[in-house]
Design a protein. Structure first.
Length: 139
């Protein structure tokens, strides 16, 4: 029984053992890194968008209801209702500040919010930190 050989005279079946498993491991490693990277960036943008939504809703509530909120976690009352605009943000980690003042006949509303964020992929963990959003209205 003869076997096919390559240019160096080695037998093909012996040369190819484990190559498929190695190629699969290399490709799957890169695939999962890209998959989790996309998921991590999606979480980042979802958190960023939610924070901006909370700030916008707090500014609207302050303008309509003449509402102030000292800096803190929005866990009760109107602040808790506003925090539900971004249901994926934990109200216990969210910091919200709403200040409404009157100056020269103008109403000034200042809203800031912060939320901690960390990436799942360890290579990006140093890029995490605290996300913040702010807005100011004068009418």
């Amino acid at each position: 029984m003869s076997r096919a050989t390559n240019k160096s005279g080695r037998l093909w079946p012996q040369d190819r053992k484990g190559v498929t498993a190695l190629e699969t491991a290399l490709v799957l490693g890169v695939f999962f890194l890209l998959l989790f990277g996309v998921m991590d960036l999606s979480r980042y943008f979802l958190t960023w968008h939610g924070l901006n939504t909370v700030v916008s809703e707090a500014a609207r509530a302050s303008m309509i209801n003449n509402w102030n909120y000292p800096c803190g976690n929005p866990t009760s009352g109107t602040a808790a209702t506003i925090a539900t605009a971004a249901p994926f943000l934990d109200p216990n980690k969210l910091q919200l500040c709403v200040t409404k003042t009157v100056s020269s006949g103008n109403n000034n509303i200042s809203v800031t919010a912060t939320y901690p964020f960390s990436f799942m992929i360890s290579g990006f963990s140093s890029a995490g930190g605290t996300l913040s959003a702010a807005t100011q209205l004068t009418y």
